[in-house]
Design a protein around this ligand. Structure first.
Ligand SMILES: Cc1cc2nc3c(=O)[nH]c(=O)nc-3n(C[C@H](O)[C@H](O)[C@H](O)COP(=O)(O)OP(=O)(O)OC[C@H]3O[C@@H](n4cnc5c(N)ncnc54)[C@H](O)[C@@H]3O)c2cc1C
Length: 455
């Protein structure tokens, strides 16, 4: 078996986490090798090409609260980036309204009876919050802050569609991380004062490379290679990792174009799904299975459509909570950058939430695409006659599932892995955390800084 040895770091996965670490470590003079199973870098943040059409997986906007990370990204892209206004909508009660809901104008979507119930249950929740108790589930968290009515009408349907199980089993952490709270109190005050919010609050900006988010990982990979110290091996699917007891180093075995091969290095940085890593380590099968089982990932089926004629909407994303519709969210790449589509045409990425191996996952492509086209046409969102071609992609590890109790399971995995001090977990998929691009980059930069101090 061919072998490439003595790297400072062997990095499993060439998504944003693995590449950020590779660039930062190689800039600090370390020799690194990245093993990526796909034929393209970027992982979840890659951009796919079908003819002249480009599609992200679900649309990836970049924004960050850390100015140094924004600067890092701008430098990686050599400043070639667009500032794009964000305007998303959700289809509620048969109408499209701003998403997330903005109060008080969002109350106009509901009939007077619903508004009365929303306000009454909000007031009730405010009083009930005086009784302090911990929030365990997503349902607890939302009802205690927004009231049951808004939970039933707005939060529950979309959330259950995304995850595929009841909000009572989804951890409150997910809500705490994702949802901003003060909007409803503003609603009540705003409604009473008959004040409507400035329209500028409906918009915010994000950064986006003109040819898709996948340009970012490609630029990072190119810059890492330019150091002369980073080797990025595509089409290299890791099957086994072996710690060397004597040296504390690692050997990773992978399958590539030329068959099985291996690389060795002093430290191992894993950004691949946790369950896959557990299955590759020399752990008793029962222990590995027991550790991995409670930490599952939600999958995604993306249907990509090329469309004749003008833009379908002005939306960044459009959300569809209705459980009778097969899909949950769409985005139109041309609204993110006109260069994502050929002139005179547009396109649509349609996201369907599913789980690896479930009925939808196993359907033939055409049997997934067909109901999508029927529903889009029925809603008059996109007439079928405008669709030219359709492609599909299945993404197995799109979202770490935060079931109630997930944090304890994750800590158990971390403590089981701490027996190998030279093994480091990194990234969203690798650490089983719901991280956005900027947080993944932040942690990649910081880990390289701590493991590769300047001489
Ligand atoms: C639908 C969707 C929309 C999103 N939108 C946004 C957004 O708008 N803004 C934002 O900031 N973030 C967004 N994100 C999050 C963002 O995609 C992630 O934070 C980021 O891409 C995670 O990078 P990663 O390297 O941690 O993981 P990944 O991208 O999952 O990278 C892991 C890599 O490991 C590889 N791999 C797996 N197994 C093996 C193996 N055995 N051998 C070799 N390689 C292997 C994979 O191919 C992959 O390239 C979105 C995510 C999804 C799913």
């Amino acid at each position: 078996m061919p072998s490439d040895n003595n790297h400072d770091f062997v990095i499993l996965g060439g998504g944003m986490a693995g590449l950020t670490f590779a660039l930062e470590a190689s800039r600090r003079g370390r020799r690194v090798v990245v093993l990526e199973g796909e034929d393209q870098v970027g992982g979840l943040a890659r951009t796919l090409r079908f003819g002249d059409f480009r599609f992200d997986i679900g649309g990836h906007r970049f924004h960050s609260r850390w100015p140094d990370i924004t600067q890092w990204v701008l430098a990686a892209l050599d400043g070639d980036v667009l500032e794009v206004p964000r305007r998303s909508r959700i289809r509620l009660e048969g109408r499209y309204v701003d998403y997330p809901l903005r109060f008080p104008n969002a109350l106009a979507v509901f009939n007077p009876w619903q508004v009365t119930r929303i306000l009454a249950s909000y007031l009730w929740a405010t009083l009930a919050r005086l009784r302090k108790r911990p929030d365990v589930s997503f349902e607890d968290w939302i009802i205690r802050r927004f009231g049951r009515s808004l939970y039933d009408i707005y939060f529950k349907p979309y959330t259950e569609k995304v995850w595929g199980f009841s909000c009572t089993d989804l951890s409150a952490d997910w809500a705490a991380q994702r949802i901003r709270v003060p909007s409803l109190s503003a609603a009540v005050v705003g409604s009473l004062l008959r004040r409507s919010p400035a329209s500028s609050t409906l918009l915010s900006q994000f950064l986006y490379p003109p040819l898709g988010i996948g340009v970012l990982p490609e630029c990072i990979a190119a810059k890492a290679r330019q150091t002369g110290l980073a080797s990025i091996r595509l089409g290299s699917r890791v099957t086994r990792v072996e710690p060397d007891g004597a040296s504390g180093g690692w050997r990773a075995v992978f399958r590539g174009a030329e068959g099985e091969a291996s690389v060795t290095g002093a430290r191992l940085v894993s950004t691949i799904p946790l369950e896959a890593l557990l299955g590759m380590l020399p752990l008793p099968e029962k222990e590995a299975g027991g550790l991995a089982a409670p930490l599952s990932y939600r999958s995604l089926a993306c249907v990509f459509l090329s469309v004749d004629g003008p833009r379908i909407s002005n939306d960044t994303w459009t959300y569809f909570p209705d459980r009778h519709l097969v899909f949950g969210r769409t985005h139109e790449p041309g609204n993110w950058s006109p260069r994502m589509v050929p002139e005179g045409k547009t396109s649509l990425c349609v996201e369907i939430f599913c789980s690896e191996g479930d009925a939808l996952w196993q359907r033939a492509d055409q049997d997934v695409i067909e109901p999508v086209l029927v529903d889009l046409d029925r809603l008059r969102f996109l007439p079928r006659s405008r669709v030219r071609e359709a492609w599909m992609l299945r993404v197995s590890h799109a979202y770490p599932v935060y079931r109630v109790g997930y944090a304890e399971h994750r800590s158990r995995v971390r403590s089981a892995l701490s027996r190998w001090p030279t093994l480091h977990l990194l990234g969203r998929t690798g650490t089983f955390r719901y991280l956005n691009l900027d947080a993944v980059i932040r942690e990649g930069v910081d880990l390289a800084g701590s493991l590769c101090p300047s001489p």
